[in-house]
Design a protein around this ligand. Structure first.
Ligand code: ADP
Ligand code: MG
Length: 322
């Protein structure tokens, strides 16, 4: 089983940020209102995710580290969830198989459980504090898969992937308070109220957030909302464009393009806006048949949605310059 888990890990745990993503998504799934992420050496030394969510029943913690195919019948919304929020029942066993992992978890008012695994083998299993929620610490990632370790880039690159992961999830979940601390230094902190501009402030800074403009537009099929920067406030990379569909962060090349197109000729070549664009739509219009870890989602009527987004931005910008 350990080997199978390592193979599965190879498919989805590419780098420290993949661990951060899977652990954070579990914390989100568990109805946490506060999620804290601590990393050392860009996650290669350690990654710790602490949440105040539902916790895992102490008699179920062990089985969370065994791979299981889901027996559930999936509806479209769930399929979408799987394709965007990772995969089902494989994250914990995969991560545990390529690291030294400690978990402390407790349900509300119940005795807690603490497990320690080394390369996927349980080496400690005891009762623990009953603080509601879950703490998972992942140390020495890829210590037993040197080939994988070779693909890891510089600490700076790996940290930027982590920070990116936390940012996107924080933008998609403004109602949750997130914190990212790297080698003792706070990097991201969001307050966790429904207001998305507050999450933007926690990630890109208060001053930047103040300069962003709200957009709002809808058609029969789509509802578009969000915040965009004016052409004066741009970045040299398109990494500050975030697309959130039905509450999930997704990647979609054509729609990113539509956001940029909304600026028309007002953007200088090689410059990109900061933008957080939310789309609400019928999940049946989503094509989930795309690689699970890539977060690429195809949308039927994608062209219409692109036009709508472009229009929403163009309309808002013209209001500013008038
Ligand atoms: P999946 O999320 O696809 O079900 P995972 O391997 O990521 O699979 O997690 C296994 C299970 O462990 C989850 O289904 C959930 O029941 C439990 N779990 C994992 N992390 C947490 C958490 N932070 N809080 C509560 N339960 C968790
Ligand atoms: Mg999961």
């Amino acid at each position: 089983p350990t080997l199978a888990n390592q193979i599965a890990a190879g498919e989805v745990i590419e780098r420290p940020a993949s661990v951060v993503k899977e652990l954070m998504e579990n914390a989100i799934d568990a109805s946490s209102t506060r999620i804290e992420v601590f990393v050392e050496e860009a996650g290669l030394k350690s990654i710790q995710v602490i949440d105040n969510g539902d916790g895992i029943a102490s008699n179920e913690v062990l089985s969370a580290f065994e791979r299981h195919a889901t027996s559930k019948l999936l509806n479209d919304e769930e399929l979408f969830r799987i394709r965007t929020l990772g995969f089902r029942g494989e994250a914990l066993p995969s991560i545990a198989s390529v690291s030294k992992l400690t978990i402390e978890t407790a349900e509300d008012g119940q005795a807690g459980k603490r497990l320690v695994l080394n390369g996927g083998k349980v080496i400690e299993n005891q009762t623990a504090s009953s603080r509601k929620g879950t703490l998972i610490k992942v140390e020495d990632l890829f210590f037993n898969t040197p080939a994988r370790l070779k693909y890891v880039k510089t600490l700076k690159t790996e940290l930027s992937h982590i920070s990116d992961t936390v940012s996107r999830l924080a933008l998609a979940h403004p109602e949750i308070s997130f914190k990212l601390v790297s080698d003792g230094t706070p990097v991201i902190k969001t307050v966790g109220n429904k207001d998305q501009i507050q999450a933007i402030a926690g990630i890109y800074g208060v001053e930047t957030a103040k300069k962003m403009k709200d957009i709002q537009h809808s058609s029969f099929d789509f509802e578009v909302s969000g915040f965009v920067s004016l052409p004066e406030l741009t970045r040299a990379s398109n990494n500050y464009i975030t697309l959130i569909v039905n509450g999930r962060y997704i990647k979609n090349y054509a729609l990113n393009r539509a956001i940029v197109d909304g600026y028309g000729s007002s953007l200088m070549v090689g410059r990109y806006p900061l933008a957080v664009v939310n789309v609400r739509m019928d999940p049946l219009l989503l094509d989930v048949n795309v690689h699970p870890t890539k977060q690429q989602i195809r949308i039927s009527n994608e062209k219409d949605l692109g036009e709508l987004i472009k229009e929403a931005i163009a309309k808002r910008l013209s209001k500013e310059t008038r």
